[in-house]
Design a protein around this ligand. Structure first.
Ligand SMILES: Cc1cc2nc3c(=O)[nH]c(=O)nc-3n(C[C@H](O)[C@H](O)[C@H](O)COP(=O)(O)O)c2cc1C
Length: 175
């Protein structure tokens, strides 16, 4: 039994990446894991101010939801990170969260990470997002075990019925 944390970064609830998060969740729960999904857009998360206070104190000066999220990431065995491609990169919500890793960046390694990436482009057009996120999470000391590509999907819900659905479920089941 593993502790699985899913970070869903799209502002669209039940959008394509969020639907794939739910499929992953179903698979992981069906094989007996404990799963929590955090919809980042629902949380109060500000931008990093680059004040570097955290280098002295180990804590961020901003009192918002990020401390709780960092604690959950630290405790998780498996981390699932989902983003739509926005102008060829991750979306701003996810980047904002990653920048706020700064106070605890040395404690965020050791996880198996899975990525969920959606976009209207085919996979080739989404690959930069996969490379960036893989590099970021591996530099933190994690292992990226798989990427679920929700390619060729634009409108909300279009991913339903594509092969990415089953991939997300099966990957979750074998987590
Ligand atoms: C600001 C913005 C920029 C986008 N840029 C891209 C892009 O560069 N490549 C792409 O394939 N799709 C792009 N899209 C489309 C979304 O990635 C696509 O609709 C995706 O399925 C959205 O995921 P969601 O339903 O989980 O929100 C963009 C959408 C928005 C809103």
């Amino acid at each position: 039994m593993k502790n699985v944390l899913i970070l869903s970064s799209s502002p669209r609830k039940q959008g394509n990446s969020d639907i794939l998060c739910d499929e992953f969740m179903k698979g992981a729960e069906d094989s007996g894991n404990i799963v929590e999904k955090i919809t980042l857009y629902d949380r109060n998360i500000s931008f990093c101010r680059a004040c570097y206070s955290c280098f002295k104190t180990g804590k961020c000066v901003i009192a918002d939801d990020m401390a709780e999220i960092l604690e959950k990431i630290r405790k998780a065995d498996v981390l699932v990170v989902a983003t739509p491609a926005y102008f060829l990169t991750m979306n701003g919500m996810l980047k904002t969260v990653i920048d706020r890793f700064l106070p605890k960046w040395q404690e965020l390694g050791g996880h198996n990470v899975y990525l969920i990436i959606t976009g209207h482009d085919r996979k080739k057009g989404l690959e930069l997002v996969g490379k960036e996120l893989t590099t970021i999470f591996e530099n933190l000391g994690n292992t990226v075990r798989g990427i679920i590509w929700g390619e060729g999907v634009w409108q909300k819900g279009e991913v339903t019925g594509t092969k990415a659905m089953n991939e997300a479920y099966i990957t979750g089941k074998n987590v």
